[in-house]
Design a protein around this ligand. Structure first.
Ligand SMILES: Cc1ncc(COP(=O)(O)O)c(C=O)c1O
Length: 345
């Protein structure tokens, strides 16, 4: 049990004592010169985990996605993605500003475009049209309640890209939540797409960093793009040391977060003025809709007054995310707070 139950995001997790000790003891060198052994170990470990040739350590998930788009595309091309995907809707128009590409946002039911939708969106060769430069997918899908897609679902969309010679990138900020929830190996996702970005900072609890994995040739080019964006870091093995622990020791425990998210969703289900689709709660994210006179503000403020923090993810929706610093008792406290606010305690 914690003093404050903070369900706003899994990015709020703090590093474990083991991570802090590893950071203090990390063997380091200048990574721009290719001389940081701890970074090299992390990049190799990440690549191996996804069955790819090589990995690249970057500062954040946003940098991972944007470096990847920059490396895959040419200016003037078009990037296809779900309209609510992070890469399109939450990265400060990075695709337009950095890659000089336009985007084709697709409206989807659960966060993953269907193969037919993608096939219909790939541009024909015509003097008027942009060239389709990239298909970007997201798994798990943040704004669709952490929905998890199987490797087969991802591969079916990626196959359309392959048919048309269009590369496919997977924003796997929370890919290990998908692996754990669906009991699938990360390599199966690696085999389905050209590149994956995943975050060490969310459920895996490292303080900083993401990795891009892909072919050796792609990663060599991505390394130049990372430098262009000012992401060449020096004795960054201090951060990679925490990342190694995140990757080696924090993946399996994500199952607890999924159990807690389910507990929360089931407790919310049926409360007056609250609507939660239980079929969507597969991983560590619960998004529920509020239809009460006091709206979202009543719940956010009421929770805050009871030492429970939740995030207003939209004008009528609240997002709760479970993580290592939230346990089952905390979930019960959050539910008790919401029951009190809704007058059902
Ligand atoms: C699906 C997804 N992709 C990318 C990111 C970006 O990660 P960062 O905050 O490290 O830039 C996030 C962050 O929440 C995310 O949810």
């Amino acid at each position: 049990m914690h003093d404050v139950v903070d369900l706003r995001s899994d990015t709020l997790t703090t590093p474990t004592p083991e991570m802090r000790a590893a950071m203090a003891a990390a063997e380091v060198g200048d990574d721009v010169w290719g001389e940081d052994p701890t970074v090299k170990r992390l990049e190799a470990r990440a690549a191996e985990r996804f069955g790819k040739d090589a990995g690249l350590f970057v500062a954040s998930g946003t940098m991972g996605n944007q470096v990847t788009v920059l490396t895959h595309t040419q200016p003037g091309q078009e990037v296809i993605a779900d309209a609510d995907s992070h890469v399109l809707s939450r990265e400060v128009a990075g695709i337009a500003r950095l890659s000089l590409c336009q985007t084709l946002p697709l409206s989807t039911a659960r966060g993953l475009p269907t193969p037919e939708q993608v096939r219909a969106s790939i541009r024909a060769k015509d003097i008027h049209f942009p060239v389709t430069g990239l298909i970007a997918l997201e798994n798990t899908h943040n704004r669709h309640s952490g929905t998890a897609f199987t490797p087969e679902e991802i591969a079916a969309v990626a196959a359309v890209g392959r048919e048309h010679d269009v590369p496919v990138h997977l924003d796997g900020a929370r890919i290990f939540n998908a692996c754990v929830a669906l009991r699938r190996d990360a390599r199966e996702y690696g085999a389905a797409v050209d590149t994956i970005q995943f975050c060490l900072t969310k459920g895996l609890s490292a303080p900083v960093g993401s990795l891009i994995v892909g072919s050796r040739e792609f990663i060599a080019r991505a390394r130049r793009m990372r430098k262009l964006l000012g992401g060449g870091m020096r004795q960054v093995g201090i951060l990679a040391a925490a990342g190694l622990i995140a990757l080696d020791k924090m993946v399996d425990r994500l199952a607890e977060d999924h159990v807690n998210a389910r507990r929360l969703a089931e407790g919310l289900h049926g409360l007056p003025g609250i609507r939660v689709d239980l079929s969507r709660v597969q991983t560590n994210i619960v998004i529920f809709h509020v239809d009460r006179p006091g709206g979202v503000a009543e719940l956010v403020e009421g929770c805050r007054a009871r030492k429970v923090r939740v995030h207003a993810s939209g004008p009528t929706s609240i997002r709760c995310v479970t993580h290592k610093d939230v346990d089952a008792e905390d979930i019960d406290r959050a539910l008790a707070a919401i029951r009190e606010i809704t007058g059902t305690s």
